[in-house]
Structures are given as C-alpha cells and as structure tokens.
Design a protein around this ligand. Structure first.
Ligand code: URP
Ligand code: ZN
Ligand code: ZN
Length: 471
C-alpha cells in the first residue's frame, strides 16, 4: 500500500479550508502540507503514488451515525441492504464509517445482542463500522451489562418512547439508563415520539376505515414528537446525562432542542435527508405502493407547515448538529404489507448512498456553508460518538478515510443507477450536482474514479470512546 499523496485539491475540514496536499502512509494521514513544500515536491520524484485531485474537494469520509442494515423489523420484513451491499453503497456515496445498532429485544440479554450483531457484520463490510445499542428491555441486569459494554467500544444507547409493542421504555426505565449514562459519559439517543398516544390514534383511524399511507403521517402528528422531545430533555436534565435526539423531523421537536441548548444543556439532535427534502403532501399522500414506499417514523412532515425550512435553519444555527440517514430500506414486496393497512408497513427508506450529495445541494443552494457540510456529515458525528481524532477530520494521525469530491459533476439519482439493494428509490429522477469520485478507507481505495475496487471484509469494527461533546 505504501505512501500516497493526494495532490492539487482543496482540503475542506470543519474548521479550515485551503489548498493542500494530503500525505498518507499505510492507513493513516501523516501530513497536510503545502503543495510548494519540499516534501510535496520530492514526493513527485519518489515511489509515492500521486493521486490527482485538481479541481476537487478533498474531504474527510462521511460518518453516517444512524443506519439499519439487515435489520429484522418483523418476521416478514428485514431491511434489504446487507452489511455487504449497504456499506458498499455508502462508500459509493462518500461515506466511510457507518454506525448501526445491536438490538436487545425484550426478554433477551444485551451481550447476546452484541455478539449476534458482531457475527453478522464480521467479514462483510467494505468500510469501517460500529454499533450503538438499542435497549428494548431495561432491567437491573441490563444496567449492569450496559456499563460493561463500554469496554467493548459501545458508548451510546438508543431508547424508544415509541413502539409500545416492542422497543418502548417508560419514563422510569428511561431515567435509569440516563442516570447510568450520567455516571459513565455514554450518549443517550432517543426516538422521541409519544408511542402510547400514537397507537390510540392509529387504531382509531384504522377502525373508521382510514387505511392508506397518509394516515401514517396523520396519526403521528408533530405535536407528539415535540411532546416526547420535551419529556426526554427534562428527564436527561434531571439525570444529568447528555441526550441526542435521532431522526428529528419537525419544528415542534426542534424548538425544544433549541431551548435546551440555549439553556446550556448537552442536548443534540440529528435530522435526515428525507425530512429536509420529502414531504407528507408530495410523497406520503400518494395512492398504493407509491405512498407506502414513503412510510418511515417519524413520518414525512407537511411542507405547508414549514418544517423543512426550520430544519435547514437548525442546521445553520447548530440546533441540529448532525445529518444521518436512518437508512432502513425495504423492497416493494415487503412494503406491500402496508397497502391495505398502513400500520403493517415496515418503516424506513433507502438513503445511505445519497446523504453527502443531497446535503451538498444545501451548500449549492446557500442553506449551509461548505465547511458546515463537512461538519454535520462527518466531523460532529465522529465526535459525538467517540471517534474523535480518528474519523471525520483530515489531519495527521487520523485514519486516511478521504473522499475526492467533484463539486461540478451532475448526475441523476434513481433505482437504475444506485447501488443500494432496493428495487425503487425515494429519490427517483432527482438531479444533483456533486459526486464522490474516489473514496479511500484507511488508505485503501474503495471507489477509484467511479469504479468500485473495495473488498468485502476490509471494514473493521470500531471500538468507540466516550463521546466528546463538551468544548
Ligand atoms: O422508519 C424508521 N425510522 N425506521 C427505522 C427504525 C427507527 O425507528 O429508527
Ligand atoms: Zn427510531
Ligand atoms: Zn433508525
């Protein structure tokens, strides 16, 4: 593998942008140097591999902090991207680290959940990966197991205020896990929707014959996301733990996060491309399979209510710190389960390949700056989930996870050309400008000049540290 020099590009970090060459030795970045420096000039005459990045941005590989690969959502539906296909698709789009979930189902033990997931992913991934823990059964043993998991590199726990039939924890259970996180420094991730109230609304709707996909949205109103976010924040404040609200979709929830952050609390939130670009009126409110394909939770929100504008504003003001995908794709065969009863549709969309490109449109449209793009897609997720210094930055000592990004390349998204294992696309026909041309993971090409040259099994499991969230 040896020494590589990425030459002639514009290096974009969250805190700096400038013309620089990037020197890589084996798996690490060893220098970010002036193109006129002696090292850069002498490299041209040695046996260094020179990678031409003229006219390109050279950015840290994307860190997608929320994905669900081969997730068994129900006995009938498992998310369609495997660890192999999903990590390859991520790399095609300029993401070099994914954080998936090990899930503790009710009545089972946490170590079992982790072992199972490690086995499933081992030898499969094209890029590096890690796991959060979805906690589905909070009891005394779970609390002991959670603190032991820190040594295994699992330093973040997802709790659910939604899904009363499966993943739900009540406020007392949530408080206990938050107290543990306050002691250890682990990160609490929250699915903030009031699932008890939502289930009443869902069943009432179905019983009066309201069965179509639009009712998925109408029975999960933004008020019940705002309420849950408020409650989660108060519980975290009482416990003294950090809190990260996942897949935030509404201005209702965002206002709660903004208030807490103004009060100086360690409260963070992520949104996802689907909430920035897709809507209840245009996508969920379609007949048949077209609407069902867009069922995800929280649901797509009403464009007319201004949620998308609020989310873009939140990304600018840092009330939203991260954009992740919540990638959870299902093919039409599985989505059809929800055609006559929206409650039966497996929840989730396919996004893992397109996150960097979709957010780059925000740069081109003046919603966010170039550096902010890198910060929300790469640097901050690395910091908030214990990968600081290793991922999300182009600096000496960091892993050589690097994307050479052409800001001018125009292309059209869709099922014919994407690499995700899904037979349709929520992004069909969307024209974008900007594309990852070459992608390196720990100094190895995974994508080179738009050819996949990666290897299944190259990706390593990342043991994560305690999150770095205080400045
Ligand atoms: O619809 C979604 N979000 N599916 C994935 C599961 C979750 O709650 O994140
Ligand atoms: Zn969730
Ligand atoms: Zn999710």
């Amino acid at each position: 593998m040896g020494v590589k020099l990425i030459k002639g590009g514009t290096v974009v970090n969250a805190n700096h942008i400038g013309e620089a060459d990037v020197l890589i030795e084996e798996e690490k970045i060893v220098g970010v140097i002036s193109p006129q420096s002696e090292i850069a000039i002498s490299a041209l005459h040695g046996d260094t591999d020179i990678i031409d990045a003229s006219g390109m941005y050279v950015i840290p590989g994307g860190v997608d902090a929320h994905v669900h690969l081969q997730l068994p959502m129900s006995p009938e539906a498992t998310s369609s991207d495997t660890f192999a296909s999903g990590t390859a698709a991520a790399a095609w789009g300029g993401t070099t680290t994914v954080i998936d979930f090990a899930g503790q189902i009710k009545g089972t033990a946490i170590p079992h959940a982790i072992e199972t997931r490690l086995e499933e992913a081992s030898g499969q991934c094209a890029i590096d990966y890690a796991f959060h823990l979805s906690v589905g059964d909070v009891n005394n043993q779970s609390l002991i197991d959670l603190s032991n998991m820190l040594e295994e590199g699992i330093s973040s726990y997802k709790l659910f205020m939604a899904y009363p039939d499966s993943w739900y924890s009540d406020d007392g259970q949530i408080l206990q896990v938050m107290q543990l996180a306050a002691d250890t420094g682990a990160m609490i991730m929250m699915h903030a929707e009031n699932g008890i109230a939502i289930d009443v609304l869902r069943d009432q709707a179905f019983e009066r014959g309201a069965t179509g996909s639009i009712w998925h949205g109408r029975t999960r109103p933004p008020e019940l996301e705002g309420e849950a976010a408020h409650r989660a924040i108060q519980l975290a404040v009482v416990a003294g733990s950090p809190l990260y609200i996942v897949h935030l979709s509404s201005s209702n929830a965002l206002n709660e996060v903004a208030r807490a952050r103004n009060d100086g609390k360690n409260v963070f939130a992520e949104t996802c491309p689907q909430y920035l670009y897709l809507s209840l009126e245009e996508h969920l409110d379609q007949p048949g399979i077209d609407g069902v394909r867009h069922i995800c939770s929280p649901p797509l929100r009403k464009l007319a209510d201004g949620h998308q504008d609020s989310l873009w504003k939140g990304l600018r003001t840092d009330d939203l710190s991260v954009v992740a995908t919540d990638h959870c794709p299902f093919c039409d065969a599985e989505k059809r389960l929800g055609i006559d009863d929206f409650r039966q549709a497996p929840n989730g969309l396919g996004v893992i390949e397109h996150r960097m490109d979709l957010l780059f449109q925000g740069v081109l449209q003046g919603e966010i700056s170039l550096q902010r793009w890198v910060e929300i897609c790469s640097t901050t997720p690395a910091r908030l989930f214990g990968l600081q210094g290793k991922k999300g930055v182009i600096a000496p000592g960091a892993d050589a996870d690097i994307v050479i990004y052409d800001p001018k390349k125009e292309h059209v998204l869709g099922a014919e050309t994407h690499h995700m294992a899904i037979d349709h696309s929520a992004w069909e026909g969307v024209s974008v400008t900007g594309q990852a041309i070459s992608v390196l993971s720990r100094g190895n090409f995974v994508v080179q000049n738009r050819q996949f040259v990666g290897e299944q099994g190259h990706g390593k499991f990342l043991k994560r540290n305690i999150p770095d969230f205080l400045r």
